[in-house]
Design a protein around this ligand. Structure first.
Ligand SMILES: [Fe+2]
Length: 170
């Protein structure tokens, strides 16, 4: 039995099964960007503490869940199907690097949102606003790139799943 082929087929199928979740996760991340923009607009004198705490709670968990799925399931499946495309491989490498930067910024932002959400006001509000805008602008661009460049690739991925040999039952 070719265990390597079986593992590759399972990886592709796992990628296909979770694509609906991935699209929903994109929608949730964009909603979070809208929430972060509203917080940035509220600085420095119209801060709603509860909104800051809620955004902080969602931020780290959502970003890490999406990145884990993309890096452990979707990207390996796409690399397998498009392994001959150097351009595609470079794009996936770039997106993976952006994940790392986004996670670092998400941790910093979540920490500051918890602080001001708990009533802390002795922070540099201008710097925080700049930080928030830099984060959600970059995240929106990241998501737009993935949507624009992966739509047809994902259709191909789904087609690849359909072409996998079915197991023979004895
Ligand atoms: Fe991503």
């Amino acid at each position: 039995m070719d265990h390597n082929a079986t593992r590759q087929a399972a990886r592709i199928r796992a990628g296909e099964r979770s694509i609906a979740w991935w699209k929903e996760a994109h929608r949730l991340q964009l909603a979070l960007c809208d929430d972060l923009e509203a917080i940035a607009d509220s600085l420095p004198s119209n801060i709603v503490n509860q909104d800051c705490l809620f955004a902080a709670k969602s931020l780290g968990r959502l970003i890490r869940d999406v990145h884990a799925y993309e890096e452990e399931t979707l990207f390996p499946a796409l690399r397998q199907v498009f392994q001959a495309s150097g351009e595609f491989t470079l794009a996936l490498d770039r997106l993976t690097f952006e994940h790392l930067a986004d996670e670092c910024y998400a941790d910093d932002i979540a920490e500051k949102l918890v602080y001001i959400g708990s009533g802390g006001r002795d922070v540099n509000m201008e710097a925080l606003g700049y930080m928030l805008r830099g984060f959600f602008d970059a995240l929106r661009r990241h998501i737009a790139f993935e949507r624009d460049h992966f739509s047809s690739a994902i259709d191909t991925l789904v087609g690849a799943v359909d072409r996998q040999p079915k197991p023979v039952l004895k």
